[in-house]
Design a protein around this ligand. Structure first.
Ligand code: FES
Length: 313
């Protein structure tokens, strides 16, 4: 469901980063959210962009997001930076959370640039829960790193701010070289950082690392290059999915109403329960153990390992 919210504040918080505070025009409560949630901003002409909520989850009346200007992007961030004004109204979908904080005694948060946004509420939550946590925060320059000063001032030793022009690349060997079975690692940032952290955590216990991506991970070729069948259990229809068509398009052709947004396997909007069969998971959201469970899939990018999949549609 998309609701219309008002931009009640807009603030520059770092070089190239503005925050928006969004409130209901009538002062109503907003849907609850948990650390790691994102919302969908519906911009003019129906453009949809996803932004992590980075405000106070206990404030039921405002959402806060931070938007990095991306000169090579598709125009969403430029619109937010240059055109959106305090008092304007925007459509907002969500919140959704595919990057939740799971219980742990210890956390290591690793942020690259604007990847700090989904980690901010996790830091607050970890602090509130009395967990032992550390944050390693890298960025191009100190001036470009949103919230860096306040994090360092509020949490001292727990926070390591490491601008690349002062410290070089993040020293992942020191931070991740020795596996710590009692620690969960959360990482958000550009693709090279995620790849480096994934490689550094390869010898850590399974399910230790959770990541969130802004862009889709590189995908290898699908498991099969032949058609497969998808049964829509609730409507009783079956559709054949050929290699050049996504499952999402195929099920829509036979009348299934499935919402989508990114269509790259990064936002989670098209999540659909799987009743039977093994999906060929090609999204950038699920953790390995969630893939192995085969209980859900993202129809925009994922396909099938088997001749037949049965979906709860
Ligand atoms: Fe975004 Fe499928 S539409 S994950």
């Amino acid at each position: 469901m998309v609701v219309t919210l008002e931009v009640s504040a807009k603030e520059t918080v770092a070089e190239g980063v503005v925050t928006l505070t969004l409130t209901h025009p009538a002062g109503a409560r907003l849907p609850d959210w948990t650390p790691g949630s994102h919302i969908e901003l519906v911009l003019p002409e129906g453009t949809i962009r996803h932004y992590s909520l980075c405000g106070n989850r206990w404030d039921a009346y405002t959402y806060r997001i931070a938007v990095l200007r991306e000169p090579l992007g598709r125009g969403g961030s430029s619109y937010v930076h240059d055109a959106l004004r305090v008092g304007d109204r925007v459509g907002v979908g969500g919140p959704r959370n595919h990057f939740p904080l799971v219980p742990s005694e210890k956390y290591l948060f690793i942020a690259g640039g604007i990847g700090i946004t989904p980690l901010l509420p996790k830091v607050r939550q970890a602090e509130l829960l009395g967990a032992d946590w550390q944050l390693l925060y890298g960025g191009r320059t100190r001036a470009s790193m949103a919230f860096a000063e306040e994090l360092a001032a509020a949490h001292g030793e727990r926070v390591r701010i490491a601008p690349q022009d002062e410290c070089g690349l993040l020293d992942l060997v020191s931070w991740l070289g020795t596996p710590r079975p009692d620690t969960k690692v959360y990482c958000c940032g550009p693709a090279p950082l995620l790849a480096a952290v994934e490689a550094a955590c390869a010898h850590w216990p399974p399910y230790t690392l959770r990541t969130e991506r802004f862009t889709a991970a590189d995908r290898s070729a699908p498991v099969r290059d032949t058609p497969f069948e998808v049964e829509l259990r609730r409507t009783g229809r079956t559709v054949t999915v050929t290699p050049e068509v996504s499952v999402l398009d195929a099920v829509r052709r036979v009348g299934a109403e499935v919402l989508s947004s990114c269509e790259q396997g990064t936002c989670g909007t098209c999540l659909t329960p799987v009743l039977q069969g093994r999906p060929d998971h090609r999204d950038s959201i699920l953790a390995d153990h969630e893939r192995a469970a085969n209980t859900c899939m993202f129809l925009c990018v994922s396909r099938s390992c088997d001749d037949r999949l049965v979906l709860d549609l």
